[in-house]
Design a protein around this ligand. Structure first.
Ligand SMILES: Nc1ccn([C@@H]2O[C@H](COP(=O)(O)OP(=O)(O)OP(=O)(O)O)[C@@H](O)[C@H]2O)c(=O)n1
Ligand SMILES: C[C@](O)(CO)[C@H](O)COP(=O)(O)O
Length: 228
């Protein structure tokens, strides 16, 4: 395919408060092996040879970012994020060239590998409209009822966990995300905005260790994964 211009801009939503983590400081500043999660995530992106620029969305009241060693990296730019993850992503997308590819990656996923980034970038040949890293569900899937019992077993064929990064042409993602938000569509990841616009993004099987740190237990898992 014609990549038009092969400029890759990483977009990192890091403006959340980490309420499910249940601690005082935003989870992206919790440390694993004495390094803040956001620092770990940024260093993976900043050291990837194909990533030209990294734009990070920060909470308006963020006081910690400037203390990270990565904060002064020449490839890095910051913007103020919004009320929801999608608003933060959109704030970043307003700062990228129309023809650049946006590689959107959660600050809270510090176990991403360069080989998974390479796999996603290479998938543009197969999925020119963009793709996401994902992992097929492994367990038997149940739909529950409000009373805590099982309504039914759900067929797990073709069910995937959506991971990040998610890769789309910046201008297309920006237009679809902004239109989906105006229409109050449910947009929990970039692919949902593209799906809303009638596009079928590709699914690229990624490393299951690329977890999102959401609950306290995830910190222990991430530490284990990063040790290997
Ligand atoms: N308004 C928001 C909300 C979330 N995020 C970012 O989006 C990523 C994934 O979101 P999630 O895990 O839900 O983070 P939080 O919103 O911080 O967590 P919680 O939902 O538990 O409050 C995180 O890197 C988070 O910082 C963001 O940039 N802007
Ligand atoms: C984008 C995401 O990480 C994909 O798994 C996820 O949707 C983020 O938000 P969530 O609220 O934790 O689902």
């Amino acid at each position: 395919m014609n990549h038009r211009q092969d400029k890759i801009v990483a977009v990192v939503p890091a403006a959340g408060i980490g309420s499910r983590m249940g601690v005082e400081i935003p989870k992206q500043y919790l440390e694993i092996n004495e390094t803040p999660i956001l620092g770990l995530t940024l260093s993976i992106l900043l050291t990837h040879p194909k990533i030209d620029k990294v734009i990070v969305a920060l909470h308006p009241q963020d006081t910690r970012f400037h203390s990270l060693p990565e904060a002064s990296h020449p490839k890095l730019q910051t913007v103020i994020g919004g009320g929801e993850r999608a608003d933060s992503v959109l704030a970043c997308l307003k700062n990228i060239d129309d023809e650049a590819w946006a590689l959107v990656h959660d600050a809270a996923r510090p176990c991403l590998t360069h080989s998974d980034i390479d796999k996603l970038l290479a998938s543009r040949e197969q999925f020119p409209q963009g793709a996401i890293l994902a992992s097929p569900v492994r367990d038997t899937m149940k739909r529950g009822k409000c009373d805590g019992t099982i309504e039914k077993t759900v067929c797990r064929d073709q069910l995937w966990h959506a991971l990040t990064p998610q890769l789309f042409l910046g201008v297309e993602l920006r237009d679809n995300l902004s239109a989906a938000l105006i229409e109050n569509a449910t947009v929990t990841d970039e692919a949902s905005a593209m799906e809303w616009a009638g596009i079928s993004p590709g699914l690229v099987s990624g490393n299951v260790q690329n977890i999102k740190i959401t609950h306290p237990d995830d910190l222990r898992l991430a530490k284990l994964f990063l040790a290997h």
